[in-house]
Design a protein around this ligand. Sequence first.
Ligand SMILES: Cc1ncc(COP(=O)(O)O)c(C=O)c1O
Length: 426
Amino acid sequence: MILTNLQLFSESKKVIPSGVNSPVRYFEPYPFFTKNSNGAYIWDEENKKYIDFCNGYGALLLGHRRKEIIQAVSKQIARGTLYCTPTKSEIELSKLIIGNYPSIDKVRLVNTGGEATMTAIRLARGFTKKKKIIKFEGCYHGAHDSVLVKAGSGSAHNGISVSDGGLDEVSKNTLVVQYNNVQDLEQTLRKNKDVAGVIVEPVLANMGLILPTSNFLSEIRKITKENDIPLIFDEVVTGFRISSGGAQKHFRIRPDITTLGKALGNGFTIAAVGGRKEIMDLLSPGGKVYQASTFAGNPVSVSAAISSIKTINKIKNKLYSKLEKYTLRFTRSLDDMATDLKIPHQINSISSMFQIFFTTEPVVNYQTSKNADSKKFQKLFRSLLRQGIFIAPSQFEVVFLSDSHTSADLNRTLDAYEVALKSVKN
Ligand SMILES: Cc1ncc(COP(=O)(O)O)c(C=O)c1O
């Protein structure tokens, strides 16, 4: 018997809070339940096929069930799934990460992006012996107290600044500065002498997509250096996605600490925090900054990440130019369509990511993203979904392309966007 998505959602709500295991997965009236995926496609329990542009919120750079990765993981599973001792493959993976990210001297593997940013912040505090952290409005760094302050992604959608149950004592040590506003950062630093670190998404991918203005990242680097404050690049989204060396390679900036996740494992649970040797060596057991996890560096995820990086490095010359070409084709056509339909809009894009906003003003920060008409975005999302195109269900997320998308997928998706844009107009 085939249960419909609605029936499954009713069942799910009985046993899972709100029926979902992460807030952004819910959308009105109810989400579909996935049973299978391959390449650029996913199928729901009603056997409806979707072209996937959510792509694990950016994780699936190489597409679903990528052959090389599945082979590597299958081989590892036959040899064991968890040892909780060091393995040779962890050394291999660390060397690969360091090879792609010259700002990283040493790296520790963790499971999720949130764990990586939590550790990065603790390291910055341990290194400087200071307390406060500066983050930028709309940047999302995971669901922990220090960073769940004026954050993007699901929390922006729900209007949550500081979560119920979160401690004010913690979040009051997080200072929030406007994205793309260097003066704001300078002023905040002048007023606060107790700053342990500055954390930033080098490309803001959690308020829709917002690009850094021309000197923003280099100015942050300069200011943090002058003030002896570690700069943390949260590259959980941008790592391996904007380039094989992340946003830091693209923008030629060397942060002190980097967090990686998502595309690092192309769909497997793995993340990493890395940086300068003198900072990383503060981690326990050698140092006094405590960090630990049972599943960290588990051999299955490590084999996925090794295969993922090796595949990326092998095909990178073609991969990133192809993805960029496709994204440009996409955004140019979308721009033409919306212009022809006289729908006020902005499109931000870089590499394999883009987002459309229904607004007349350029989207450069939290407020301008919030000002866009998210009801219109919901209409767009629902129309696309009806037509078998799955993008992340929120204005504050991003459309991600993967290596699996073909030219034919793009053409079909553009046809669907045309229909969807007409529904936005009506
Ligand atoms: C930039 C950024 N940092 C950190 C995180 C947290 O990663 P995770 O969901 O794996 O904890 C996310 C998640 O979307 C993210 O986009």
